[in-house]
Design a protein around this ligand. Structure first.
Ligand code: CAA
Length: 260
């Protein structure tokens, strides 16, 4: 499948995926979501990719939401299918074996905020703006915003954003825990790459299992989550990375991980 609305670049084990519809502020239409499914499907299977960065093209937007001109014409059943497609994309991103960093370089509204929420880590530029403005359009968020936002920032902050449809600055998003850090726009991508490089240098098996432990563990009570963590900890001891990591420490040298 060829992609017209997204670009993928792979360097040093890091895949950078850029949504590239700057004229529509990178809004997500049906074709873009389908292309994303294809792209992230490829990334998930690629054992040489150890971290992923998602960003938007241009200087103004990360993703300004689902495409309103596309949605305006939808019949109810089509709208349900569109929401399901969006959910599928968010699910694929959230469950990629590799950690995913959202480089939020501008408007992250509606489906754009929801896509950032499906990522593992969010860094934002000073000009980024966040919001779930769907209530202004007479609908509710359709790509997981009512579910992932309260889980990340708590019910009170989530409800304020969901019910009011207001936009908040990157600084406010950082204060409520929606993003980890706010950066000079010029430095955003470099900082995301530095973080991704740090992740890529670690034991890939351990990093993948960390992601599984956090995502699956959050759906469990603490006792089950801890028991699950102990199981995954045991699984690490079946990997060459565990052997190498501990041996390298004891030999006072840098580890050479093989991701197995
Ligand atoms: N869908 C389709 N096109 C969009 C878009 C969107 N979500 N957001 C922006 N665009 C288009 C505009 O229509 C405009 O196109 P034209 O030049 O052809 O007129 C172009 O991008 C530039 O946008 P503006 O001229 O509006 O730029 P601005 O700087 O004045 O405003 C903005 C920027 C505040 C982000 C404004 O564009 C805006 O409010 N966009 C809509 C945001 C929104 O409501 N997002 C939620 C969508 S609903 C959703 O996502 C549902 C879901 O959960 C599944």
């Amino acid at each position: 499948m060829s992609w017209n609305n997204i670009e993928k670049n792979v360097t040093g084990g890091i895949a950078t995926v850029t949504v590239n519809r700057p004229k529509a502020l990178n809004a997500l239409n049906y074709d873009t979501l389908k292309e994303m499914l294809d792209c992230f499907g490829e990334i998930g299977k690629n054992k040489d990719i150890h971290a992923v960065i998602i960003t938007g093209s241009g200087e103004k937007a990360f993703i300004a939401g689902a495409d309103i001109s596309f949605m305006a014409e939808l019949e109810p059943i089509e709208a349900r299918e569109f929401a399901k497609l969006g959910h599928e994309v968010m699910h694929v991103i959230e469950n990629l074996p590799q950690p995913v960093i959202a480089a939020v370089n501008g408007f992250a509204l509606g489906g754009g905020c929801e896509l950032a929420l499906a990522c593992d880590i969010r860094l934002a530029s000073e000009n980024a703006k966040f919001g779930q403005p769907e209530v202004n359009l007479g609908v509710l968020p359709g790509f997981g915003g009512t579910q992932r936002l309260p889980r990340l920032v708590g019910k009170g902050h989530a409800n304020e954003l969901l019910f009011s449809g207001k936009m908040i600055t990157a600084g406010e998003a950082c204060r409520i825990g929606l993003v980890n850090r706010v950066l000079d726009p010029e430095k955003l991508l470099d900082e995301c790459i530095s973080l991704a490089e740090m992740i890529v240098a670690r034991g890939p098996v351990a990093v993948r299992l960390c992601k599984e432990a956090v995502n699956n563990g959050l759906e469990m009570d603490l006792a089950r989550g801890c028991s699950y963590e102990a199981d995954l900890f045991g699984v690490c001891f079946a990997s060459r990375d565990q052997e190498e990591g501990m041996k390298a420490f004891l030999e006072k040298r840098a580890p050479k991980f093989v991701g197995k």
